[in-house]
Design a protein around this ligand. Sequence first.
Ligand code: GTP
Ligand code: SPV
Ligand code: MN
Length: 627
Amino acid sequence: MARGIAAPTEHQELIEWVGDIAELTQPDEIVWCDGSEAEYHRLAEELVAKGTFTRLDPTLRPNSYYAASDPSDVARVEDRTFICSRREADAGPTNRWKDPAEMRAIFTGDSSGAAGTGGEKSGPFGRPGDGGLFRGSMRGRTMYVVPFCMGPLGSPLSAMGVEITDSAYVAVSMRTMTRMGRAVLDQLGTDGAFVKAVHTLGAPLADGRADVPWPCNTTKYISHFPETREIWSYGSGYGGNALLGKKCYALRIASVMARDEGWLAEHMLILKLTPPRGEARYVAAAFPSACGKTNLAMLEPTISGWSVETVGDDIAWMRFGEDGRLYAINPEAGFFGVAPGTGQHTNANAMKTMYGNSVFTNVALTDDGDVWWEGMTEQPPAHLTDWKGDDWTPDSGTPAAHPNARFTVPAAQCPIIAPEWEDPRGVPISAILFGGRRASAVPLVTESFDWQHGVFLGANIASEKTAAAEGKVGELRRDPFAMLPFCGYNMGDYFGHWVALGKDAERKGDRDKLPKIYYVNWFRKDADGRFVWPGFGENSRVLKWIVERLSGDAAGVETPIGVLPAQGALDTDGLGLSPADLDLLLTVDREVWREEASLIPAHLETYGDHTPPELWAEYEALVARLG
Ligand code: GTP
Ligand code: SPV
Ligand code: MN
């Protein structure tokens, strides 16, 4: 950890940029993070002293901390998230757009519109006193310079960034979530490319003003400049808004890089599945936020002889290799997972992963200095301190943990982490799963007819909203490819990119090497509102059918919406599902699906002439099959 202005690098562009941001934001001090364990401990100590962190009992959970956010700063703020492309059409109808010059003026007060050039002004961001949210926003605070790498260091599939932040919570979290510090500066050398990411809590400490445990601002901006590959985040300390390597870079900016360079940056888990006999397969799956990626990635199969290992739980970067196969890396080094619902019976591997070296945000505190949340154990403790800091008992009538409470843990601690999870070449993907929360209509599993039909299924993902973002929980919304909040450009063009990759493969004669695409739904409910499918470890049965389909060993029946397991092909032995349950999970009700199909044109029309004609053709074909 280097204090003061002396930079531990000779990368001139980086040094100048850090100087510019310091001049704009006016921190008391600049610290270059080296990513060492000693630095982590020192920052954690400082956070304990400030009241942001509460140290958990080290005999129960070593080197672990509890943090409670400001009650207003608990999730991603989608309506404050902006894509500032030069042309509004490039942000598309589902992102909030602002002109880049206008957004810069809001941040820096410099209305000249020239990014990074000072002209006749005193600095690159205009004169002090010109206003702008970032001007002086770090006063009284330390500015941390956090060099990070998304993906294994040195992998041709990886990419680097530097986050400047005035939050020590962000700095320590970035150490868990990314490869961070000295080694990244070394890799950057004197002229390596990096994404510039600036984050401020927007809570400067004016003369003598006391700090609070979770500083933030009621004004928030999560802004992306896709053409210049920059991120500016203001006013929030919450993960998805503040850990800029994650959703802001690895999805929003990276999806633009991927479009330009012919690869894919996706909201997907990556898992390795090994059958009792036969070779291991790698599967990627996109489900919307809080819809089961972490759980599927760490699944404990209930069927004997099968094993699952984890490669990633939230983001996949994928590129076609020389051999025509699609290779994926997990760009992250940690898990930032949903705590509620995670327990010994649902996700024992996640529980083991967070044995120590973990940060828990917005969970509840037990009286003996550990953490708890709904679903961790069947019986809640008799007394807790809830996420708001209030006394809590099982009779309180409110959740003890916020529904979007999260754990932050190193991926390497996962007991089933795949040995190849950091392989610089990535892992070859055999199947891609799409899915969401659907109480009705959508079967347990559907196989697409081909890549293009699979793209159509991904484009039509609809899911009931969860607590991962601000807004009404439970409302059904379209979340194409589980990327609605994360696509950094026009979603219609993104569909086109997926279609084009399939056509490329076909042209090269690699059609059969494309991953097969499936649609799954663990969340079907019966008339009493009960989940019909037991989910979690039992989802291995669906993975089994999928892998057996890949090797031609499982039977399927064609339906108007895709191929479903033939009778008896899905292993449901010992589940005790009634014939009515099975029927609900594995049949396509034409009437219901005509209704579903009738909603598709309005969805595709959202993107106007950016919607690829191939998706309209898929829609027409669906309607024809439904009769
Ligand atoms: P993000 O980190 O927000 O992107 O979410 P995620 O997709 O990784 O979601 P996660 O696996 O953390 O699951 C979120 C919630 O869904 C948890 O409360 C889980 O208990 C619940 N869940 C996960 N898998 C299943 C399942 O198979 N069935 C049911 N009923 N619930 C599930
Ligand atoms: C999600 O909301 O999809 C997450 C958590 O994985 S966050 O990093 O906050 O976006
Ligand atoms: Mn996510």
